[in-house]
Design a protein around this ligand. Structure first.
Ligand SMILES: Nc1ncnc2c1ncn2[C@@H]1O[C@H](COP(=O)(O)OP(=O)(O)OP(=O)(O)O)[C@@H](O)[C@H]1O
Length: 337
């Protein structure tokens, strides 16, 4: 039997059912030959909140547009929900909610009427159940009370939530959000982050791009880091910080104690190096055991307690994604431009 092709997307067999997005060598050169995306291999696990991180101009939007079948790649391939894009757009896109470059809203229509228009544009949406769908989506994003207000009176955050409501009119397996908090004030950002967490808890995979490191750290389980069109690294957020800790130090330990001198002695005995004391706070580099794995901080805590050191607070500091970026590219994470 011939293998399934883009012309026969209905029979396409997912290459990896656990990945909702998978790209191989995905490349886009715009006219003039500039490589916006350069041989990208991306694997987005089902159920993840996947952060697509990179400075402005690193190729995030171009990638998303290829994933959504809006532009053709120059080379390589992309599969979304196990099917090839853009070939299987008609089968794939109904299961994907997308918010790219802000929602196109009519200011003179209410939030509810804007959603009715979006719903009416969907040929698969049954008009008899439209109001139900629209109200459910408005409630989902917390706009129930503001549904009758004209969209032009909405704050930017409310507009963005209305765009999300439009993406949620139908049940979705995957949500693709391009810089969903761009331009929002801190309150608006918090609202979107909370919503993303809730949607993920409901089982939707969320793929979101951002140039904000702390945003990715706060909401994402996984991340891919882009620079100049290339994938620098991808994995769980914890794995990414571990890559830096493994090659630099092995993470910093911080102990708050009324017995800093005793704590210093015990930590030294257990291989902690570069110990610094500032008042009741003792910090040091975690030791690297011979097998190369970082020490288990809990063992150090137990050793302190055994030695009679009173421990008020104990923690191991993770490397930030910014550390990861700087470590892997040798550049600062410059969001300007
Ligand atoms: N239509 C286009 N024609 C030519 N070059 C383009 C086009 N769109 C994007 N580029 C270029 O491709 C590169 C990647 O842009 P892209 O918008 O994908 O990056 P991004 O990471 O999404 O950044 P931003 O957050 O600023 O949108 C940039 O150098 C950009 O100038």
């Amino acid at each position: 039997m011939p293998p399934p092709t883009a012309a026969d997307p209905g029979r396409a067999v997912p290459r990896d059912a656990d990945h909702v997005i998978e790209t191989r060598g995905l490349t886009k050169a715009y006219r003039g030959g500039q490589l916006a995306v350069d041989r990208l291999d991306l694997a987005v696990p089902r159920g993840s909140v996947f952060g697509f991180l990179g400075p402005n101009g690193s190729g995030k939007t171009t990638t998303i547009r290829m994933l959504m079948g809006l532009i053709e790649p120059t080379a390589g391939s992309a599969r979304v929900l196990g099917r090839p894009m853009p070939g299987a757009s008609r089968q794939v896109l109904p299961a994907v909610g997308a918010l790219i470059e802000g929602p196109a809203l009519y200011g003179f229509l209410s939030g509810r009427d804007n959603l009715r228009r979006f719903d009416a544009a969907d040929p698969t949406a049954d008009p008899r159940t439209r109001d139900e769908r629209v109200d459910r989506a408005l409630e989902r994003v917390g706009l129930g009370a503001a549904a009758g207000k004209k969209a032009r009176a909405y704050s930017l955050g409310m507009k963005q939530r209305l765009g999300l409501a439009a993406a949620l009119l139908q049940p979705r397996e995957l949500l693709v959000l391009d810089e969903p908090t761009n331009g929002l004030d801190p309150q608006g950002m918090r609202e979107i982050r909370t919503l993303v967490r809730e949607l993920a808890a409901d089982g939707t995979t969320v793929f979101l791009s951002s140039h904000l490191l702390d945003e990715i750290e706060q909401v994402c389980t996984h991340a891919a880091v882009m620079a100049r069109g290339r994938l620098i690294t991808q994995g769980t957020v914890a794995e990414l910080s571990a890559t830096v800790l493994d090659s630099g130090g092995h993470g910093r330990l911080a102990v708050t104690t009324p017995d800093p001198a005793d704590a210093t002695r015990v930590l030294k005995e257990h291989g902690v190096t570069d110990i610094r004391v500032a008042g009741d706070r003792v910090t040091g580099d975690l030791p690297a055991p011979p097998d190369g794995h970082p020490a288990e901080p809990a063992d150090l805590n137990a050793a302190l307690v055994r030695a009679g050191v009173r421990v008020r607070a104990f923690g191991a500091e993770r490397a930030s994604l910014e550390d990861v970026f700087v470590h892997l590219t040798g550049e600062g994470f410059d969001v300007a431009g």
